[in-house]
Write a protein that binds this ligand. Sequence first.
Ligand code: ADP
Length: 157
Amino acid sequence: MRTAIFPGSFDPFTIGHYDVLESALKLFDKVIIAVGYNSTKQGYFDPQTRVEIIRKATGHLSNVEVCSYTELTIDLCNRLGVEYIVRGLRTTTDFELESVIAQANKKMAPGVTTVFIPAGQEYSFISSTVVRDVLIHGGDASMFIPKGVDINNYMAG
Ligand code: ADP
């Protein structure tokens, strides 16, 4: 069985993330969405809330799991015995940042392969940052959030 980890901050999970997840599920039998956080960097939603939002968005998908983690992504891969990391790419800037991380990860953990999935054209402008800005200013962010999740029900941390 092929399993991948889809790591990220997911603060919060957006339809752009969901689009990457759907593509990843065509390649892998199981995808573990892993909410990475570190205690020194305060997020908008706390990690547990981010996990809850993702569980709500993906509850109908039996081959998706959600967890949170604080260690290096490759250490999470080794701990779970997973050989693939999925990351989404929107722009050339994403590619430049992501390829450096992927190369460092490859050096540290040669058995772990990073797979890049391009953003769907209609999602490439969507980011958690935009969603947070909309929420902070009291706007309606629901169009950027997967169906079934009422983002206004979740309290910022
Ligand atoms: P991080 O802080 O680790 O970059 P994010 O939650 O911002 O975490 O993103 C997680 C992953 O999803 C990253 O690989 C990012 O490039 C990708 N991603 C974010 N938004 C989109 C989008 N709209 N389309 C495709 N990929 C995306």
